[in-house]
Design a protein around this ligand. Structure first.
Ligand code: PEP
Length: 250
């Protein structure tokens, strides 16, 4: 079933004490009656303690990345088994910063998706066009190709574990946000693309989050669009007050 989701990507922010403090604030401030699934993605070293701290709450914990191999000589990397062994059942894959700074390709991301699914993890799959693609009117093609190359090798049943996060790169961390109409237009296109390949049940059930400078003052309008099922939040996830306001907006 399609879910409303608000996920906070903390990136390389918050040490152990700051993580504990922010989580305590979220525990105290997120209204119990919210119908959104709330997820936080602290850094690797704070995942185990976050899972522990949140264990009697409805707030989920996600990793921000993982390696595609089961184990091996990959210095500095983290496997799916390591994540699930500390209770992390969700992972963000394909974030634009991973694609741009760490040169992750669609093929690599597809293999990470496969590994995550083999471990019964939920994948928040990020994709979205760059500014030059939108300026050259190529944004629909780029988005369709990222989607196809990353996910279209899956079976229909695998989609129960997939959450899509459309994040136009030009809107990430820039203060620029897609207008609610631009977000809806692309989300509708994404759902239609999924429908053509996997059928209506998969397309109607998959949650499509919008990410890119979502803030308390624009969240409500973006979330009001019929194909926007929530948000992946970067900067505004680092302040309890802002993140809670965004959760409440849904
Ligand atoms: C992100 O990095 O996923 C993101 C959406 O960041 P921000 O909200 O800061 O634009």
């Amino acid at each position: 079933m399609r879910k409303k989701i608000v996920a906070g990507n903390w990136k390389m922010h918050k040490n152990a004490a700051q993580t504990e403090e922010l989580l305590n604030e979220l525990i105290a401030k997120i209204p119990a009656e919210t119908d959104a699934q709330v997820i936080v993605a602290p850094t690797f070293v704070n995942l185990a303690s976050a899972v522990n701290q949140l264990k009697s709450t409805a707030i989920g914990v996600s990793a921000q990345n993982m390696h595609q191999a089961e184990s091996g000589a990959y210095t500095g990397e983290i496997s799916a088994d390591m994540l699930t062994s500390v209770g992390v059942k969700t992972v963000i894959l394909g974030h634009s910063e991973r694609r741009a700074i760490f040169h992750e390709t669609d093929a690599l991301i597809a293999s990470k998706v496969d590994t995550a699914l083999q471990h019964d993890m939920t994948v928040i799959f990020c994709f979205g066009e760059e500014l030059k693609d939108r300026q050259s009117q190529n944004h629909f093609n780029i988005v369709e190709n990222q989607l196809k190359d990353g996910l279209f090798h899956l079976q229909a049943k695998d989609w129960e574990k997939i959450v899509l996060a459309y994040e136009p790169v030009w809107a990430i961390g820039t203060g620029e946000t897609a207008s609610p109409e631009q977000a809806q237009e692309m989300h509708e296109f994404i759902r239609e693309t999924v429908r053509k390949a996997f059928g209506s049940d998969v397309a109607e059930d998959v949650s499509i989050l919008y990410g890119g400078s979502v803030k308390p003052d624009n969240a409500k309008e973006i979330f009001s669009k019929p194909d926007v099922d929530g948000g992946l939040i970067g900067g505004a996830a680092l302040k309890a007050e802002d993140f809670v306001a965004i959760v409440t907006a849904i």
